[in-house]
Design a protein around this ligand. Structure first.
Ligand code: HDE
Length: 688
């Protein structure tokens, strides 16, 4: 029989099950008939035509022909994992949501991270917002917190979403560029949409090129409500804070990574979870009342605004741990359906017009993608609590309801006929609403620049320079000077020096200021919470070291470094001139994980080079090896180097004069101390 992986088979009851461990199940058709030969179709004669009566062949090809479903219209490329949420202590003073009632309580969770603009096969390191969608299977139903890694959005009203996404995706006549905003249509739209300028500052920062999903924050973005058992409502903004610290890559690395490993983020999450290094985030709440909302400089219903952490501190109320990869990418990550409308008693919406629009869109889109109204029956989407209703029938109904009752009220479902009363049924917060029907933007949404400026001034100098570089890069891909001018005209309201630097980078003059809908506030205080570099890791744990070795290397030195890395929870990738690995001075064999051109230094958070004299000389002659070192240096990485490596460093352009605090000689510094120094991640003042 064909060489098949252990497959799941479909049992009588319709549920899938694994066969007894180790035993390879017989192949069957979907009807359960055993297949005699899965490798040859049925033909009239050895060299004759295939017969249409070959039911197994037809069924196999038929199924294959229908394996694809439409990709998500946005967030098509994503990666999911299972885990749990643990509540630290009861929040009954704030909300009656069941998952927050008891300290130590764990709630099953599924998280899908994603990029927004690229298609399913696009590279992971596109400059893009990352989706951070969390499904919490609570005892009182599913709560989906469908967030991003940036706390604001481009637009204030959902009616503009199709325009934004059309402008960002491939241009319609040519079908490119893929997974990038560096093109005319995107910047044309942005230049005509001043409300996007705060978000533009975030997307031009390194937030859009995270080192991995594990090192980024998540945000619910909108203002939601928490409602307690007495029916009192408070406003809330949701945050996910990574315990691993924040970390991004540089733009030059991102561009190289997309070639070296287009699955860089997927692989990182897979490797971390499979090795038992489970990523964790703390759930943070910013809770505030109507009085604060009235006093605040901006409208809390405007999703282009944050509430600075200094004004309303973030209270950490629990942790999210991802500890299990999916069994099957399609069944789980592809079929998971998030919906902002999925809330549980104790959590409610506000009138944020973006959120209101999303509540419509997410349910609607699943019909197209998953083909019918019964997608809630798919295991990854099904609530873990009982489900009873009369929403029956439809495509692919997986439940088999029993009995005569399929309407309500009825007198078949139990002794007490008549309408049901459900304790703790979901009650919407009885907010008073009245007003004329108008198509208008509230004037309280009119300030488009103040918080963009606050974000910019809250960045370190290095981060500010990355924003300038990103704007220059993106606008240099725009070939209509008028669009560049319009963007710069907005930038002038954010920061004059920023605009001048961008204009210099483009070789253009600074244009007149755009006419603002409202004059910005220019003295909002700096907020360190907005910087990545001010919220870095506390150690180098969870990071990856690239270790370049050659034949004849001193085995004891290699072992000492590997041990220090294991002690510091740092993963090591051994890179060598050949994939077979190297033979150390003592004759022992050290296997490699990557051949040097398949394992460029952009893949690693820091690098180390241990080589024999002759090995280093040979490396100095190799273009890939020189580039390996030169890139690590240019990207500001910590470099640990053994004796004898000098010829390679010189050949890579890292002469003695350029050796700074990040160039760490193994002859002087113990491996453990080198890894401790790596906590800083980069030597930013190194000029490339
Ligand atoms: Fe989404 N968004 N979105 N979005 N969004 C979708 O739903 C939409 C917005 C976000 O991993 C779609 O199932 C509208 C903000 C994530 O499966 C769709 C508006 C935020 C994901 C949709 C927004 C998000 C989506 C496409 C403007 C951050 C991926 C497929 C009002 C708070 C979920 C799908 C996953 C996906 C609509 C804006 C986050 C079409 C109309 C703001 C993380 O329904």
């Amino acid at each position: 029989m064909a060489d098949q992986h252990d497959r799941e088979t479909v049992g009588k009851g319709g549920e899938t099950h694994q066969t007894a461990s180790g035993a390879r199940p017989d192949l069957t058709t979907e009807q359960g008939v055993r297949v005699a030969d899965d490798q040859n179709s049925l033909k009239a004669g050895r060299r004759g035509p295939t017969l249409i009566q070959d039911q197994h062949f037809r069924e196999k090809i038929f199924h294959f022909d229908h394996e694809r479903i439409p990709e998500r219209v946005v967030h098509a490329r994503g990666y999911g994992a299972h885990g749990f949420f643990e509540t630290y202590e009861s929040l009954s003073d704030l909300t009656c949501a069941d998952l927050f009632q008891r300290g130590g309580e764990r709630t099953e969770a599924f998280v899908r991270f994603s990029t927004v603009a690229g298609n399913k096969g696009s590279p992971d390191l596109a400059r893009d917002v990352r989706g951070f969608a969390v499904k919490l299977y609570t005892k009182e139903g599913n709560w989906d917190l469908v967030g991003n890694n940036i706390p604001v959005f481009f637009i204030q009203d959902a009616i503009k979403f199709p325009d934004l996404i059309h402008a960002a995706k491939q241009e319609p006549d040519r079908g490119f560029p893929q997974a990038q905003t560096a093109h005319n249509n995107f910047w044309d739209f942005i230049s005509l949409t001043p409300e996007s300028m705060h978000m533009v500052m975030w997307i031009m920062s390194d937030r859009t090129i995270p080192r991995s999903f594990r090192f980024m924050e998540g945000f619910g973005v909108h203002t939601f409500r928490l409602v307690d058992a007495e029916g009192t409502s408070r406003f809330v903004k949701f945050h996910w804070k990574p315990n691993q610290g924040l970390q991004s890559v540089t733009w030059n690395e991102a561009m190289q990574l997309n070639g070296a490993d287009p699955d860089y983020h997927r692989r990182d999450l897979w490797d971390a979870i499979q090795s038992g290094d489970y990523p964790e985030w703390e759930l943070g709440l910013q809770v505030f009342d109507e009085d604060f909302a009235e006093r605040f400089d901006f409208d809390v219903l405007d999703a282009t605004k944050i509430i600075p952490e200094k004004e309303v501190p973030v209270r950490r109320v629990g942790r999210l741990v991802l500890d299990r990869m999916v069994n099957n990418f399609f069944a789980e990550t592809e079929q998971v359906a998030f919906q902002t409308g999925n809330v549980v008693p104790g959590i409610d919406f506000t009138d944020d017009p973006l959120l209101q629009g999303r509540n419509f869109s997410y349910l609607d889109t699943q019909l197209k993608r998953l083909g019918g109204p019964n997608f809630t029956h798919i295991p990854v989407n099904a609530p873990r609590c009982p489900v009873h209703n009369f929403q029956h029938d439809g495509h692919m109904a997986m439940r088999t309801p029993k009995g005569r009752a399929n309407y309500e009220p009825n007198s078949w479902s139990g002794a007490a006929a008549g309408p049901r009363e459900t304790p703790r049924g979901y009650e919407s917060y009885p907010q008073h609403v009245e007003g004329p029907k108008v198509r208008e933007r509230s004037p309280t949404f009119a300030d488009h620049y103040s918080q963009a400026r606050q974000f910019y001034v809250s960045q370190t100098q290095v981060e500010q320079s990355h924003i300038v570089d990103a704007l220059v890069f993106e606008l240099s891909k725009v070939d209509v000077p008028e669009i560049r001018n319009r963007v710069m005209a907005h930038l002038r309201h954010i920061d004059e020096e920023l605009t001048e630097s961008v204009a210099r980078g483009l070789g253009m003059a600074v244009p007149d200021k755009a006419t603002p809908a409202r004059e910005p506030i220019t003295d909002l205080p700096r907020s360190p919470a907005l910087s990545i570099l001010e919220n870095g890791p506390e150690s180098f744990a969870g990071r990856r070291l690239g270790l370049l070795l050659t034949d004849e290397v001193d085995r004891a030195k290699v072992d000492a470094l590997l041990k220090a890395a294991a002690d510091a929870s740092v993963t090591v990738t051994v890179v060598a001139p050949q994939i077979a690995g190297v033979v150390a001075e003592d004759g022992t064999h050290i296997p490699a994980n990557e051949k040097i051109d398949g394992g460029p230094s952009v893949l690693f958070d820091a690098v180390a080079i241990l080589a024999s004299d002759s090995g280093a000389q040979a490396l100095a002659q190799m273009h890939e090896a020189r580039k390996w070192v030169a890139d690590a240096y240019a990207h500001g990485k910590f470099i640990y180097y053994g004796e004898g490596v000098k010829p390679l460093l010189d050949a890579a352009g890292v002469s003695s004069a350029r050796r700074d605090s990040g160039m760490i000689p193994a002859s002087e510094v113990a491996p453990g101390d080198f890894l401790t120094a790596c906590t800083d991640l980069r030597v930013w003042d190194r000029s490339a």
